[in-house]
Design a protein around this ligand. Sequence first.
Ligand code: WTA
Length: 660
Amino acid sequence: MSVESTPVGSTLNENFESLMREDRVFPPPAAFAARARIGSEAEYERMYKRSIEAPEEFWAEAAAELEWFTPWTKVLEGSGPHAKWFTGGKLNLSHNCVDRHAKAARKDKVALLWEGEPGEVRRLTFAELHVEVQKFANVLKSLGVKKGDRVAVYMGMSPELAIALLACARIGAVHSVIFGGFAAHAISDRVNDSDCQVIVTQDLSYRRGSEVKLKKIVDEALEKCPGVRKVIVYQRAPSATVAMKEGRDFWWHEAMAAAAADCSAEPMDAEDPLYILYTSGTTGKPKGLVHTTGGYSVQTYLTSKYIFDLQDEDVYWCTADIGWVTGHSYVVYGPLQNGATVMMYEGAPNWPENDRFWKIVDDHKVTVFYTAPTAIRAFIKWGNDWVHKHSLASLRLLGTVGEPINPEAWMWYHREIGKERCPIVDTWWQTETGAILIAPIPGAVATKPGSATRPFFGVVPEIVTKEGDPVPAGQGGLLVIKKPWPSLARTIWGDAERYEQAYFSEIPGIYFTGDGARRDADGYYWLMGRVDDVINVSGHRLGTMEIESALVAHSKVAEAAVVGRPCEMKGQAIAAFVTLEEGYEPSEELKQELRQWVAKEIGGLARPDDMRFTQMLPKTRSGKIMRRLLRELATTGEVKGDTTTLEDFGVLAKLKENEE
Ligand code: WTA
């Protein structure tokens, strides 16, 4: 990973200057703090200090709040990429999410509260969820799925998606969820990389009033997946509309009707794999991060408990899709371990109108609401009238995740949604980290708009130079995490070397986040965006190389370079520079064809916003594409930076000439 190519804080975060000037501070509202799980700064300080000075005791106490079939013998063993947690312990995450509540006082409490985009509502109590999860676990078993087998899941936001995950976890099958917005090609790559033999999907899902035909996309993907034996299809539409392949495809409801209602939870070693989740890195190939059972369970449990201050009466709604890590940790596993009522919504925020989210909040009396800055920017654009049609009186806590939130969007969220009474938890973390690492404890830590504030218990961030030396307060640098924490992904599926290389080699032995940040004099962290070739489009993480590879795979494209440029709505937008093969001429049609091609290869989320043709790409003498220049060009339309390492000075002039 080349950190050098991007000077930290230079072009990545246009907010940086305004963040440096941000000095508003919002102490926890007294009414909130009075009934919060942690209600004073002193208590946060005390717990944080203990978590650092005696991490094993701290994490052992947290772990003891869950049920273990066999206690661990050692809390933490090893360090850096080799840290292991709760070794010798046996537990099951599905058991801690479901059985633990279903057999006790919460059995009739609603676990999943779901609303479909067309408007249907379903409620599943913990007892009902328990039955569904056991049955589906038996369905998986009946299809030959065993502990350690990988199961791909490509579904929309229906309760069955959560059930599928919990059923896999129950029998020790490793789920690999593929976001429902990915295209066939992206599915087959992921399915083949981790050798999944079974895939769970659904006929279709509803989004912005139209049908997303998931099963059809799976059929296309499976043409390139010889290893897939069985496909389970949940029927979402009122009547069956999809082709079923005899012997391979099974209807969810038919298989469930035949399944026994009990299936005990498999005792899993704390370090047994729980799931694989692919995310973008700096090369063209997505990384299958492997999360394990014990540490992940404990930290998603504890962060949900304290950062979302979960209490028994809460109706908790994280708007993320389960296809992303936020959905894994904070729709399914974290809140359910806490016995929370989890709201799930299938569709778009602006269907049938721009106030759908606020209508859901009022209809279901949502109390904790967790969303992404990109959604907040859309709400702002749609106008306050949509918000003012609803009371939002049930809300008591708000959260954000996925990208830096600009202070003015934070203020809008605070004023218009939180009515100045709800704290905002800006939560910083990554697919790799498994759980939130930096965020305010809402009853204890004062917030500052645009800052993720202070580290969670047990987390020791540091801002360093690229040599690994700490930088003084106020100065930008690379964000690293010094000590091990339980929920870190343990490896990259099939590529342990890449794992160490990507995360523990930049600063040897220390976890490198790929983010730039600054710490202010109060010890608050301000995230400044990625310092590598990962871009963040509407909170979705994409590798520029992934998009470049897709473009180059097109027969008319010779070379491609992709960069992110700041975008008011999406955070970053995708700008692609393309050189064509001999014999092809730039045209508006070809531009559209290439944009469409990328959407077809990866998914709509990767469709370039800007597409420019050029005769050459600017390169250094050693042949590296000078992304910095392209970024500058895509952002400002001109290049002012140092160009002395350009191989061909004429290139820059040509790039400019070819601009529209
Ligand atoms: C960015 C999503 C600023 C960051 C959970 C990180 C954030 C990447 C924040 C991980 C935040 C996430 N403030 N930036 N609160 N949360 N990011 O793997 O650049 O999809 O490295 O995980 O999103 O994205 P991922």
